[in-house]
Write a protein that binds this ligand. Structure first.
Ligand code: GLU
Length: 489
């Protein structure tokens, strides 16, 4: 009988979750949901010195933001808790003690000074780094002597000298490691906390994890873990190591490539739908064509067989394109609702708050097609909200025009628009198109000048729609202000 699928995301709260962490969480979640299994979140908080305040909250809120709900773990509990390793210390201690009793582990009394010198010596001799096993075979008398000196030991695993460990990775196929290349790793530190290796193995066993899906960087830890599973008499889970995420230069993705923390993407106005879709394609694909997947489609189609071994390139242009596509697919209401916090924060301080929802509802359709991120919206729309447009007067003079003809054009616009009753796009077009001909200007010239006058920019949403949202009074005031600017040139 095959074991029920139970997978875990096991973050360490030693920093904010980066794209790679979240991709791991997503693949575990998709695998669990696809196979009607359980998705467990376990907090690996045994590295007290590297703990970052607030990181745990950011990790959990990141998962929630993306819609990756967990069946067991912080906040929801479960039958295999506690789900914080710092609350399970006795379990690791028991395992370590058992390994010592069985002769699979030993106490090591070497000082950090001695280990440092040893590493330096190894580096000088160009030998691979690793503990030289001085304490591996201490006699009972030697041990007692060290204890009497009050030295608190660490516990190390007794890695066999000979042989090899092989396993079948679900993504990499058969993987073989010679034991000769594995040193006697620390299981329990002198502060009584376990290392990642011990706690990870004990918990994956006790929590009955069926599949371990984690980043490729852990691949070389797996033979160590397998040796521990064997020594403890535990049946190991299956392993799948997810391919590395690379920047455009094919180096491992890092801060150097721009934002890596998932919270930054949220702040920059990427939609959770985009992030899920985009991250899913970092290493997984359905075929070579399909790009846009809803969460439900991902769940239906996800499989480890379609996870590749080659590093996945994090392509920012693609992310922006995809986010634009998701923004366009939102209903206007939804787009407006999601954009609101960005407008509240991003519009100039002088704009009166609270913002009018009704007015925003008129502005949003004009930019939904163009926005690639929500954070871009305040900048794209600021001129709708503030009447103090700060632009170079020279922008008002478009191609093949001069100051005179620009003044003339805007004067004519003012004259024709002043008596207009209805200020909608149809009426505006009906007046302004013939006016261009009358002035012997190309429509592009007249509309270009007018666009700068009413928006302060050369590129903006459709002109007539913009003017009709601004209304007659504000539009004409802006034309007036533009004329003043031109005359002062
Ligand atoms: N705590 C480890 C991490 O932060 C977990 C690695 C694993 O999944 O075994 O990535």
């Amino acid at each position: 009988m095959t074991k029920p699928v139970r997978v875990r995301f096991a973050p360490s709260p030693t920093g904010y979750p980066h794209v790679g962490n979240i991709r791991t969480a997503l693949f575990n979640w998709l695998f669990a949901r696809h196979s009607s299994g359980r998705f467990v979140v376990r907090i690996e908080d045994t590295d007290v010195t590297r703990k970052v305040e607030g990181a745990l909250e950011v990790i959990l809120s990141g998962l929630k933001w993306l819609g990756l709900d967990w069946d067991e773990g912080p906040g929801v509990g479960g039958d295999y808790g506690p789900y914080f390793q710092s609350q399970r210390l006795s379990l690791y201690r028991e395992a370590a003690e058992r390994l010592i009793r069985q002769g699979n582990a030993y106490c090591c009394y070497c000082s950090s000074q001695r280990l440092k010198e040893m590493r330096e010596e190894q580096a000088r001799r160009k030998q691979p780094p690793g503990y030289d096993r001085r304490c591996r075979d201490l006699s009972e008398a030697e041990r007692v002597q060290k204890e009497a000196k009050g030295i608190t030991p660490v516990v190390r695993f007794k890695t066999p000298f000979e042989g090899r460990t092989r396993f079948n990775d679900l993504i990499w196929g058969e993987v073989v490691f010679e034991h000769g290349t594995i040193d006697d790793l620390v299981l329990l530190k002198s502060d009584g906390y376990p290392t990642y290796h011990l706690a990870n193995v004990v918990d994956d066993h006790l929590m009955e994890i069926s599949h371990v899906l984690r980043a490729e960087e852990w691949l070389s830890s797996t033979p160590r873990h397998l040796l521990m599973y064997q020594a403890l008499g535990f049946e190991p889970p299956q392993f799948a190591h997810l391919p590395m995420i690379l920047g455009a230069d094919r180096a491992k993705l890092s801060k150097r490539h721009g934002s890596v923390s998932i919270t930054e993407y949220r702040e920059q106005g990427y939609l959770p739908e985009t992030m899920v879709n985009f991250l899913a394609l970092l290493g997984w694909s359905l075929d070579d064509k399909a790009e846009i997947f809803s969460l439900a489609e991902l769940v239906a189609n996800f499989s480890l067989e379609r996870v590749s071994r080659t590093g996945a390139i994090f392509n920012r242009d693609k992310l922006n394109w995809m986010n634009g596509a998701y923004i366009r697919s939102l209903s206007l209401d939804d787009f407006t609702r999601r954009t609101l916090p960005f407008l509240e924060n991003g519009l100039p301080a002088g704009v009166r708050r609270p913002l009018s929802i009704d007015y925003i509802g008129q502005v949003m359709p004009l930019i939904q097609e163009r926005a690639r991120t929500l954070a871009e919206v305040p900048e794209l729309t600021a001129f709708f909200f503030t009447d103090e447009l700060d632009y170079e007067p020279g922008l008002l003079i478009v191609k093949k025009m001069d100051r005179e003809s620009s003044v003339q054009a805007l004067e004519a616009v003012r004259q024709r628009l002043s008596p207009l009753q209805a200020f909608d796009t149809v009426s505006l077009e009906a007046v302004l198109r013939p006016l261009a001909a009358e002035l012997e200007l190309k429509t592009g010239q007249l509309f270009g000048t007018l666009r700068v006058a009413v928006t302060g920019r050369t590129v903006a949403p459709p002109l007539f729609e913009t003017m009709s949202v601004l209304g007659k009074e504000r539009s004409l005031e802006r034309v007036g202000a533009a004329l003043d600017k031109l005359r002062s040139l």
